[in-house]
Design a protein around this ligand. Structure first.
Ligand code: SF4
Length: 331
């Protein structure tokens, strides 16, 4: 039974899609008419229907399926692939939920959950219980942001920050509105790509109340992730004070070709989004089978340059702990 995202009004709430997402392999196999071997992972399967409906039935190599399907390769022990390659779990003196990697920017680990479990996730082993924003104590965090006059930008990350209730997000935005030295708020999210009607009237209302520059960084890896519905909903938050960007992860068998990434850039542009980063995979335990070498990444970018204008070419980047910015490659 495939669920139409348009047909029944009770399905229109994004939380309905989350609640009724596919969480076990047998159901996934039935829905997609494929046969799958049983595999239990401590990072469970999670894929809601609006995303699942974009996967081609009967195709085990579908690039969207490969991003969500748990496989035995996750058990491979590969040297260098560890639990916390970005060293985000080191203790700090900052309030719970705040990470500061670079000067002038601080990141709020706003939520512990996502709407989809991407198998290559760089935070798949992140101890959210210990390290995410405490919804009762968020005033402490705002107070810290208020007192640190060096900060210019606050980044909401996760998990996925848009999984939080709109009322809470609105309170955060209104509090940040009052801090004069903050000029930009950035929201990293995949949720509206997975369940487009997350862009609901309540969300649009707090987006409109934001008095800072508001940057949305979506996470889209393949052009098939962008259908008409995604385009329709994302266009609703293209406003005078918003900027829409995209980051992708370079993933083996998913998007490691200039043909796919050319199409992705073109579709993003059609949707009003500019490509921002193309990340090399972070060496997280259980994800090595997605890895693409930096040399191949540079080759792909060279090919993109022959196909696209400069503003549609993402920067190939890698996060290396301890550097004062992301490492970007020159080609
Ligand atoms: S949406 Fe982002 S944080 Fe969530 S599982 Fe996917 S990659 Fe990880």
């Amino acid at each position: 039974m495939r669920v139409s995202t348009q047909s029944k009004s009770f399905q229109q709430d994004w939380r309905w899609h989350l609640k009724n997402a596919v969480r076990d392999l047998n159901r996934l196999a039935n829905e997609l008419e494929i046969s799958l071997s049983d595999f239990k992972s401590d990072f469970p399967l999670l894929v809601p229907f609006p995303y699942l409906n974009r996967i081609k039935k009967g195709d085990l190599n579908d690039p969207l399926l490969l991003q969500v399907l748990p496989t035995v390769e996750e058990n491979n022990e590969v040297p260098g692939y560890i639990l916390d390659p970005l060293q985000e779990q080191k203790p700090t003196n900052l309030p719970k939920g705040l990470i500061q990697k670079y000067r002038r920017r601080a990141l709020i680990v706003a939520a512990a959950a996502c709407s989809i479990n991407c198998r290559y996730c760089f935070r798949r082993h992140f101890p959210y219980d210990r390290s995410r924003l405490n919804q009762e104590k968020w005033h402490d965090l705002i107070q810290h942001v208020n007192s640190d006059k060096s900060l210019r930008e606050i980044i909401f990350s996760g998990g996925d920050p848009l999984i939080l209730p709109d009322k809470f997000l609105e309170d955060l935005i209104l509090s940040l509105n009052r801090i004069a030295h903050i000029n930009t708020i950035r929201i990293h999210t995949r949720l509206p790509v997975v369940i487009p009607n997350r862009i609901n009237p309540e969300l649009i209302s707090w987006v409109k109340k934001c008095r800072k520059k508001l940057v949305f960084v979506f996470h889209i890896n393949h052009p098939n992730e962008i259908n008409d519905e995604v385009q329709e909903y994302l266009s609703k938050i293209k406003l005078e004070h918003t900027v829409l960007l995209n980051q992708s992860v370079l993933l083996k068998r998913v998007n490691d070709s200039s043909k796919v990434l050319t199409l992705l850039s073109e579709k993003l542009f059609e949707t009003g989004i500019l490509p921002y980063y193309l990340h090399l995979l972070d060496p997280v335990k259980g994800t090595a089978h997605f890895s693409v070498a930096a040399s191949k990444g540079m080759e792909i970018i060279k090919e993109l340059k022959g196909q696209l204008p400069g503003y549609l070419i993402p920067r190939l980047a890698q996060e290396i702990p301890g550097l004062d910015s992301k490492h970007t490659f020159f080609y």
